[in-house]
Ligand binder design. Structure first.
Ligand code: SAJ
Length: 430
């Protein structure tokens, strides 16, 4: 079939390449001209295992064309962002509306429009449908309209795009069937259908909400376990031996552009977010909890130098959106000076906290990233905030020789605790 993919980001680009590599004729469209230029030159712009080769294959086959113009197509797939307004706690669906407006002039009877972007429940029928019907065609009758949420895990996108189950919810049965025909051409997982686009939107949101809420439980258990002086991870591991228990892992909080945001989308048109909003607060609160632990272990934060290892939102990716590591840095930086006791009485000056950042995956001009040696040189505490593979290979004696106080906070439990303690470190494991 002919397909036009709107938005060539984390989801749109792999999807466009996947469809092209499965023999469809694909136009990949994006409003970002720089991105279009890079992709036309064959260059992807973010780090994702296997994606560069996969996109190159699609471009070289001639099945994928990247363009700054929308073309007519049997299927339009919308994979644009839905930014979240942190203050107002609402989703910005203007990119969805703009995508709909770009499709409308090209829409013909028998075409399908599939929304993959994560959206508040009701967006497909209440927002996208009216925009598309400006064409004079009716959704469900003249053209198919469907929500088919993406569910891929950054870091494993290509595999999951093919292997994950898909949920397909058309505005009616005919719509659903039209989308099933497209997805079954490359999806190896099961395809589950509902003849209700709002249900499909809701399902996507509750999958991420389940994970976020479960992680909040783990984070609360980590705090409880510390109060009882036991290892929360051992306890969770043992609890999970039960056939009906599956508690997630605690950590420095929940990052990324999905889990910290999607739960709020559920509340866009409802006030019933009790457990869900508390879970969000618990996860966000891990940053304070960790900062307090460091402060109480060191006695004071005043004048201390703290190295944060890992500013990506999770291990082995380069994405810094809602990064717990950066949140810890911000929190340390914004501590009012009166929480820091003076280091020397004579000058009477209060000392600030010096923060150094390191990340082997992230390349971001706006961040002042140091090498591992520079970040940890003279550090009083090292906080490992991301489970990058590289951090499991840090040599304790080498690090020890560089540091002031020997405190390591292992928020993802990636270090061999006894080895580090034997090397003379105080290890706080979340
Ligand atoms: N995390 C924990 N404890 C855990 C698991 C994760 O603290 O036990 C943290 C991670 O460190 C990270 C955050 O949660 O900071 C989110 O990471 P993640 O790997 O759970 O998820 P994402 O955001 O990379 O991708 C999620 C996935 N959703 C589910 O697994 C239900 C992915 O399948 C979705 O496609 C993606 O959101 C999305 O686009 O919605």
């Amino acid at each position: 079939s002919s397909v036009c993919v709107h938005g060539l980001g984390y989801i749109g680009l792999p999807t466009a390449a996947m469809l092209a590599n499965y023999g469809h004729t694909v136009i990949g469209y994006d409003v970002d001209e720089e991105l279009v230029n890079d992709l036309q030159a064959g260059q992807i712009t973010f780090d994702e295992p296997g994606l560069q080769a996969f996109v190159t294959e699609a471009l070289e086959s001639g099945n994928l064309e990247v363009s700054d113009e929308v073309g007519p197509a049997k299927y339009h797939i919308i994979a644009v962002p839905t930014p979240f307004d942190e203050e107002a706690k609402v989703a910005d669906i203007s990119y969805i509306e703009a995508a709909g407006e770009a499709i409308t002039p090209h829409l013909r009877p028998g075409d399908s429009v599939i929304l993959e972007s994560t959206v508040p429940p009701g967006t497909t029928v209440n927002t996208l449908q009216p925009v598309l019907e400006e064409s004079g065609l009716a959704a469900g009758n003249d053209f198919a309209l469907i929500h088919c949420p993406e569910t891929v895990l950054p870091g494993n996108i290509i595999t999951e795009l093919r292997e994950n189950d898909r949920i397909i919810g058309g505005v009616n049965g005919v719509s659903t069937e039209a989308a099933v025909r497209l997805y079954e051409s490359f999806v190896e997982g099961d395809i589950h259908t509902t003849a209700n686009a709002t249900t499909a939107e809701f399902v996507k949101l509750i999958q991420n909400t389940y994970r976020d809420t479960n992680i909040a439980l783990a984070n609360e258990l980590a705090q409880l376990a510390r109060d009882y002086d036991i290892d929360s991870r051992e306890a969770i591991h043992l609890a999970n031996q039960h056939p009906r228990v599956e508690i997630h892992q605690p950590g420095p909080g929940v990052g990324g552009h999905c889990l910290p945001i999607d739960p709020w989308f559920l509340g866009q048109n409802s006030d019933n977010l009790d457990l869900i909003s508390t879970a969000r607060e618990i996860n966000d609160g891990m940053v304070d909890y960790i900062v307090d632990l460091v402060g109480s272990t060191l006695g004071t934060l005043a004048g201390k130098q703290i190295a944060i290892l890992g500013v990506a939102y999770k291990g082995n990716v380069d994405d810094i959106r809602n990064s717990p590591g950066l949140e810890i840095a911000r929190q340390l930086q914004s501590l009012p000076s009166d929480t820091a006791t003076p280091i020397s009485a004579d000058g009477g000056q209060e000392a600030g906290i010096q923060i150094k950042l390191h990340d082997p995956h992230v390349q971001d001009q706006t961040l002042d990233l140091d090498s591992l040696a520079d970040a940890t040189d003279d550090a009083d505490a090292v906080i490992i905030a991301t489970d990058h593979e590289e951090y499991t290979e840090i040599d304790p004696p080498k690090l020890k020789s560089r540091m002031g106080s020997k405190l390591v906070v292992d928020t993802k439990a990636i270090l061999e605790q006894s080895t580090w303690e034997d090397a003379g470190f105080t290890v706080i494991r979340i």
